[in-house]
Design a protein around this ligand. Structure first.
Ligand code: 6PG
Length: 250
């Protein structure tokens, strides 16, 4: 894996724009009349600045929405109408505001289904859309991730079962500290991506960002695309504990 690239935005608004620029770059590389751009959105609150930027000019008009397939790198096991649902957040802030065909938005099933069934159905769907053979690991063009102050990413939380998964691409994961089920991408799927982008904002993340980048052992530290790019897009607060660097390149 090549070294990670770090972009430090000037402000929260700039964070959304810088992240949207990176998404657009990945999309323009991947989308063509014969090929789709495939990306997975992350959950939580941070992506809202990105979703807003992508749903606004100029990105809304530049993105190839009719050649874009959207997945979710993890999901809370709640109804899609719940404010806690990552799908609900993305639908409200982005997907309902851009001309992406409904059939290209792949929501995880979380109602009248078990977490195990939901994960395996989602993995099957992902393989089908990406036309991956059973023995292949499908390569998404872009996987967006956040990071928790405990170093979790997607729903790969410290000391949980999903951290040890080496075969399945999407698994259920019970998170004791939340007393909740999640569905999450696993490291094999994440690390097969052409680009993984961590989007991080706020002082509360500064310590964990610096520790992960210094080689600390956290779930997020194991995100190392085997043949892809790792990009961190940070606001000044989240980057505040990083060693002084030269200028960052976009
Ligand atoms: C989730 C996420 C999770 C999130 C981090 C950061 O479903 O919660 O996918 O990994 O990215 O917890 O969340 P915030 O952006 O809200 O700080």
């Amino acid at each position: 894996m090549s070294a990670a690239m770090i972009i430090v935005a000037d402000s929260s608004d700039d964070l959304g724009r810088r992240a949207a620029q990176a998404v657009l770059e990945s999309a323009q590389r991947a989308a063509s009349p014969d090929d789709m751009f495939t990306m997975a959105l992350s959950g939580g609150n941070t992506p809202r600045v990105l979703f807003n930027a992508l749903a606004s000019s100029p990105f809304r008009d530049q993105m190839p929405w009719d050649r874009t397939q959207v997945f979710f790198s993890d999901e809370r096991f709640v109804p899609p109408t719940s404010p806690d649902s990552n799908y609900h957040s993305a639908e409200e802030a982005l997907l309902s505001r851009v001309p992406i065909p409904d059939r290209f938005v792949h929501r995880l099933a979380t109602v009248d289904i078990t977490p195990e069934e939901s994960a395996s159905i989602y993995e099957e769907g992902l393989r089908r859309v990406l036309e991956a053979a059973p023995s292949q690991i499908p390569r998404l063009d872009l996987i967006l991730l956040g990071i928790g102050d405990d170093g979790h990413t997607a729903s790969l939380f410290p000391d949980t079962q999903a951290l040890n998964e080496t075969d399945d691409l999407v698994v259920p994961n019970y998170v004791p500290r939340l007393d909740a089920w999640r569905i999450t991408f696993t490291y094999p799927l994440i690390n097969a991506a052409r680009r993984v982008m961590f989007l991080v904002a706020g002082n509360s993340k500064a310590a964990v960002v610096a520790e992960v980048m210094a080689g600390g052992e956290y779930p997020a530290s194991r995100v190392r695309p085997s043949d892809g790019e790792l990009l961190w897009v940070l606001d000044p607060e989240a980057a505040s504990r990083l060693p002084e660097r030269g200028t960052t390149s976009a």
